[in-house]
Design a binder for this molecule. Structure first.
Ligand code: BDR
Ligand code: CA
Length: 317
């Protein structure tokens, strides 16, 4: 089994990711950490506990993390996820409470234990990376417990929160920049599952309708139906963040290429953009005053959407 930790801002598509990670037999979900993003942090915690209950996994520790980005106010996304972040489905809320530790402390504890046992953990951030930046700068020794980081965020092409920037990076650009720089310094491999592939793992409404018979399947159906409504789509909906978990379970369904990457921290119209440097560095680029960005990230350029949709359906069913 592959040990994994999810860092989430649950979120309809974070919920799709949680159901998959909690139920897939080849994943060992060690912990889930929460950060403010799609909704405020308190609601993220409730949503996360609720989804794990539906998945039949009340054993998984869930910790509350950063409520605010480093430098800017939190900006939520009720137009994408509903006022409560879970599509206002009226799904019964969990009565479980979060772990007493802060998310950064839970991450540190799990990762130091992984470093001790050698069972290295894949960290899957699906939200603004505030917790991850805090972890890598506060407890860099915890990186010894990391196998790799596979994050949802960014784009080589167009954004969604703005024309330039993807929501998770745009919400806390400093956190993304710190995370990528620290990971590069600490020798941690990073994969970016960005908007270039994010929308390509689609569940049709007919496939969603066929999901029933367990709390996990029922919730999965309602997530897809609600996401389709919010996107005003008759063709179903993508599992969004869930695709990044598919990429950890079945990496051969994802095409990636290594590119130097920087996060735009200023810019009038481009703050939060991931600048993916696809230039041919074998040519003469010596006149570029910026040079090559030190962090080199595996950037997802294509995904086998049908394969990942089938993987998700088979697991949440
Ligand atoms: C990302 O932002 C959030 O709205 C989703 O949960 C996903 O993580 C997409 O830009
Ligand atoms: Ca998310």
């Amino acid at each position: 089994m592959k040990p994994v930790i999810l860092d989430v801002d649950t979120g309809l598509d974070d919920a799709c990711a949680l159901l998959l990670a909690a139920r897939h037999p080849e994943l060992d979900l060690k912990a889930v950490t929460c950060v403010g993003g799609n909704v405020g942090i308190d609601q993220v915690v409730v949503n996360t506990l609720t989804v794990l209950d539906a998945a039949g996994r009340p054993d998984v520790p869930v910790a509350r993390g950063a409520s605010l980005p480093f430098l800017q106010p939190v900006r939520t996304a009720p137009h994408v996820h509903g006022a409560d972040g879970l599509g206002d489905l009226d799904w019964p809320k969990s009565i479980r409470t979060a772990d007493a530790r802060h998310a950064v402390e839970l991450l540190r504890d799990v990762l130091l234990e992984a470093a001790r046992t050698g069972e290295l953990v894949t960290l899957i951030p699906l939200a603004p990376m505030t917790n991850i930046a805090l972890l890598l700068r506060t407890y860099p020794e915890a990186a010894a417990g990391l196998r790799e980081i596979v994050f949802m965020g960014g784009a080589a092409g167009i954004g969604n929160a703005t024309a330039s920037a993807e929501f998770n990076i745009w919400t806390d650009p400093e956190a993304a920049a710190i995370t990528l720089t620290a990971a590069s310094e600490l020798g941690v491999r990073v994969t970016m599952y960005g908007l270039d592939v994010f929308y390509d793992v689609v569940i049709s409404l007919a496939e969603a309708k066929a999901l029933s018979g367990s709390p996990s399947a029922d919730l999965a159906r309602r997530l897809i139906e609600r996401r389709s409504e919010l996107y005003r789509s008759d063709d179903g909906a993508s599992i969004g963040d869930g695709g990044a978990v598919c990429a950890v379970i079945d990496p051969s369904g994802l095409t990636t290429l290594p590119f130097p990457l920087r996060v735009e921290l200023s810019g009038s119209w481009s703050r939060g953009r991931t600048i993916v440097d696809t230039r041919d560095w074998a040519g003469d680029l010596t006149t570029d005053p910026h040079g090559v960005a030190p962090p080199v990230v595996q950037v997802a350029t294509a995904v086998d959407g049908r394969r990942y949709a089938d993987l998700w359906l088979a697991t949440v069913r």
